[in-house]
Design a protein around this ligand. Structure first.
Ligand code: FAD
Length: 488
């Protein structure tokens, strides 16, 4: 008889795990509390506009290829991709912006204009970043974080210096121009920590950025969720939405299933892709491996204030992805990491997918997504949200030299309280636990429960970490552990 696995949640990691487990012959049921699947990568549709609620940057296309290839498929069997040019644009002030094009050659030209001699330095920097990418993304991240020895290979021993230095130090060793420094420090923000707290080894994110480029799936990132869930359904997985798991049942140190919407559902194995802290709260205290003080001490990736805005006209002077780095980065990151509070002058990011994709907004309209990164756990109410909308709209109008406020048809917002309510996110974090040196690989919360047999975890709070590509990898890693172990 088939072993039955219940998966809690339907984010990228859970969906990936569901495919791998079904392929290995398990009976798989996915239980999702929300009305729709996708977790943080859900979709908002309103008045002819389509918005990705969470992720908008499709990076590391090779990881998506590798995922689908594991099922003898390719991403193009499920969605179509376009490489963005420019990949993104960064504003540093009025009439002061740099566009990052779709090839290293063109990016070198842009760098040279800002700092003489920087293009040669950039080529060398990216060559080293590519080398680290090949070690990290093609190999290390596919190890389950069970033992420190996983990180010790002939290749990584040579890279020890990169683990002892930080992105901040390495970038500043080579480049002097503040704008170039900010551009090169930007990709590690995806890992959830400050560049000064992120090991230099993670410069592989710079290769992901300049070497592999930024892509757009037609209709947005939710197409990828739809693609993977189609694959999952083809493999025989069952989905139950609006099914809230209230308890993970444990008898004699072994899980026998869950209680969802008040009813027991039996299973041989339970895998939770919900936030790790919440997943453990579904267990009696004695079965939790990590205490409240463990979570309290961890560096969490930021939360965010997001706005999904329908404009009744086309927006000028912006790219599909546009970053607003016109204020002090250090001060904003202090407000996120050192002294959790609302930033006085926020940096922000804006995405206009309708610049590339005519499906996501009505004709002559623009879909805009605005994101301010924030400290998890800070106060969140309608008045604060409205104030910050005004702050960024004023700056946006000034920097991009146009009026847009009167063209807003509607705006929806999403912030700390929604992350907690919708996803049971710890303190309302947006993208999990940061990848700092002490929160990397075997130092992250484990995929396999230390206290309960046949209970496993996946997702951005465990290995390898935050982001869509790591979540796909997490689903694969946990499946391998489950399969090795076999249920007892
Ligand atoms: C605003 C934002 C922007 C981002 N931008 C990018 C980006 O551009 N590129 C990128 O690669 N990554 C980005 N990320 C990160 C990326 O989206 C996440 O790392 C990834 O989607 C996390 O997937 P997951 O499977 O770990 O968890 P989740 O997506 O959080 O899935 C967990 C699921 O569990 C469900 N759940 C929770 N509790 C229960 C319960 N008791 N019962 C049943 N179900 C439950 C939740 O509803 C949810 O569906 C972004 C994230 C956010 C929030």
């Amino acid at each position: 008889m088939k072993q039955k696995v219940i998966i809690i949640g339907s984010g990228f990691s859970s969906l990936a795990a569901s495919c791998y487990l079904a392929k290995k012959g398990y009976e798989v049921i996915v239980l999702e509390k929300n009305k729709t699947i996708g977790g943080r990568a859900r979709q908002l549709k309103k008045d002819g506009f389509i918005f990705d609620i969470g992720p908008t940057w499709y990076w590391m296309p090779d990881v998506f290829e590798r995922f689908f290839n594991d099922f003898d498929k390719t991403p193009s069997d499920y969605y179509s991709l376009q490489k963005l040019n420019p990949a993104y644009k960064v504003y540093f002030g009025e009439n002061d912006s740099i566009s990052i094009a779709d090839s290293l050659e063109k990016i070198c030209e842009a760098f040279e204009k800002e700092e003489k001699g920087s293009s040669q330095k950039l080529k060398k920097f990216i060559a080293k970043a590519e080398d680290n990418y090949n070690i990290a993304i093609k190999d290390l991240v596919y190890r389950p974080g069970v033992s420190p020895l996983e990180l010790v290979t002939p290749k990584t021993i040579k890279k020890l210096g990169y683990f002892l230095s930080t992105i901040r130090k390495d970038v500043r060793k080579e480049f002097n121009n503040q704008k170039l420094i900010q551009i090169l420090e930007f990709p590690v923000l995806f890992l959830g920590a400050k560049p000064g707290d992120t090991p230099a080894f993670y410069n592989f994110m710079n290769y992901a950025d300049f070497g592999l480029g930024t892509w757009h799936p037609e209709n947005g990132m939710y197409s990828v969720i739809e693609g993977i869930s189609s694959l999952s359904t083809e493999l025989g997985v069952t989905f139950k939405t609006e099914t809230n798991v209230e308890k993970i049942v444990v008898d004699n140190n072994k899980t026998s299933g869950v209680i969802a919407n008040g009813k027991k559902i039996d299973a041989d194995i339970v895998l939770s892709g919900a936030d790790y802290h919440h997943s453990e709260s579904l267990l009696d205290t004695k079965y939790r491996a990590y205490s409240e003080s463990f979570w309290e001490k961890k560096t969490f990736a930021p939360s965010s204030l997001l706005f999904y805005v329908g404009f009744d006209k086309k927006i000028e002077n912006v790219a599909h992805h546009t970053l607003f780095f016109d204020v002090d980065f250090e001060k904003h990151s202090e407000a996120i990491y050192d002294n959790p509070s609302w930033p006085e002058e926020p940096l922000f990011y804006a995405s206009f997918p309708s610049k590339t994709d005519k499906n996501v907004a009505p004709d002559n309209c623009e879909a805009g997504i605005f994101l301010i990164p924030l400290a998890p756990g800070i106060e969140d109410n309608d008045e604060i949200r409205a104030r910050y909308f005004d702050i960024i709209m004023n700056r946006f109008e000034q920097l991009t030299a146009q009026k847009v406020k009167n063209s807003v048809i509607f705006k929806e917002s999403f912030c700390v309280k929604d992350f907690i309510k919708d996803y049971n996110s710890y303190k309302g974090n947006a993208y999990g636990m940061a990848n700092t040196l002490l929160q990397t690989a075997f130092l992250r919360p484990k995929l396999k429960s230390k206290k309960v047999k046949n209970l496993y975890f996946t997702g951005q709070l465990t290995v390898p970490g935050p982001g869509v590509p790591p979540s796909l990898i997490s689903g694969k890693l946990v499946t391998e552990l489950i399969h090795q172990q076999k249920p007892i």
